[in-house]
Ligand binder design. Structure first.
Ligand SMILES: O=C(O)CCC(=O)C(=O)O
Length: 273
């Protein structure tokens, strides 16, 4: 462990603001490797604007989850130390989530994600922390993360019912003014962790460069049955079942599964903590 962690700042940031940013949590070279893998596997390149046209609403979420370069990031001990502070336990698994690549906005290209929750904030049984690693810099106005901290713990502002869509329930806060949202600028390698009660989304990318992130969250270990399923999916190169409805996420990733370190095997549930 090389990165000092201010435990109080982590706790108070998550409680008061709903999110924390850990600067330089991931070396730039490892972030660059994920961008290159997105290029080689999906032919979407940061420095090749003609390839951005492939990115639309549909493949805005890049179907790449099991690549070695993603595991090289998941296995970083610094990241595990941060997530252990968030959860108060080191016995964690990591999700096998994918990336997002948002080119500069034009009609027909992916737009901002509206403010939403991914989990019903009123469900008292649930507590999640979500996270992402910035693969590119996202200064203000360039497609980055935005949120409404004032609505986070404010149950009076949570709707009584939700909209249902073809793929599930959309948890959207109604009537949150622009002046209630803030945008969080990130640099390459920064880790953002947020409480699932925080309404969040993105801003439209009005810059001239794509914005890319790698979604990464750790969470307390699950059941032996869940471990068996995770390992089987990892070995088969397939996405977690709850992501397979997303365009491109029904594919089988080419090549053998990523080789996991001891830490990686614990994070997948192959070995106990
Ligand atoms: O990419 C982002 O910054 C936000 C992603 C998001 O809305 C989500 O993970 O639910």
């Amino acid at each position: 462990m090389t990165m000092p962690i201010d435990v109080k700042a982590v706790r108070s940031g998550l409680t008061n603001d709903g999110y924390i940013v850990v600067r330089n949590a991931v070396p730039t070279t490892l972030c660059q490797a994920v961008l290159e893998a997105i290029g080689h596997e999906l032919d979407i390149w940061i420095d090749k604007p003609s390839s951005w046209e492939r990115v639309s609403h549909e493949i805005d979420q890049v179907p790449l989850w099991g690549h070695q370069c993603q595991w090289n990031i998941r296995e970083l001990s610094d990241l595990h130390a941060i997530w252990s502070t968030v959860w108060g336990t080191e016995r964690l698994w990591v999700d096998r989530n994918s990336c997002r690549f948002t080119p500069p906005w034009q009609p027909g290209r992916a737009d901002a994600l509206p403010l939403h929750w991914d989990v019903d904030p009123r469900d008292r049984e649930q507590q999640w922390y979500q996270g992402l690693v910035a693969l590119t810099a996202s200064p203000a106005g360039c497609g980055g993360f935005r949120c409404a901290p004032g609505v986070m713990g404010n149950r009076d502002r949570w709707p009584d019912d939700w909209m249902t869509t073809s793929y599930g329930t959309e948890y959207r806060p109604d009537l949150v003014g622009e002046d209630e949202t803030i945008e969080v600028s990130l640099d390459v390698g920064d880790l953002l962790v947020f409480d699932h009660h925080l309404p969040h989304g993105t801003v439209r990318n009005l810059g001239d460069q794509p914005r890319a992130v790698f979604y990464l969250q750790m969470f307390p270990t699950g059941t032996p049955e869940e471990a068996v399923a995770n390992i089987a999916d990892h070995n088969a190169g397939i996405a977690p079942p709850w992501w397979r409805w997303k365009p491109g996420h029904d594919r089988v990733e080419p090549g053998p599964p990523a080789r996991l370190s001891h830490q990686g095997r614990r994070l997948l549930g192959m070995e106990p903590w």
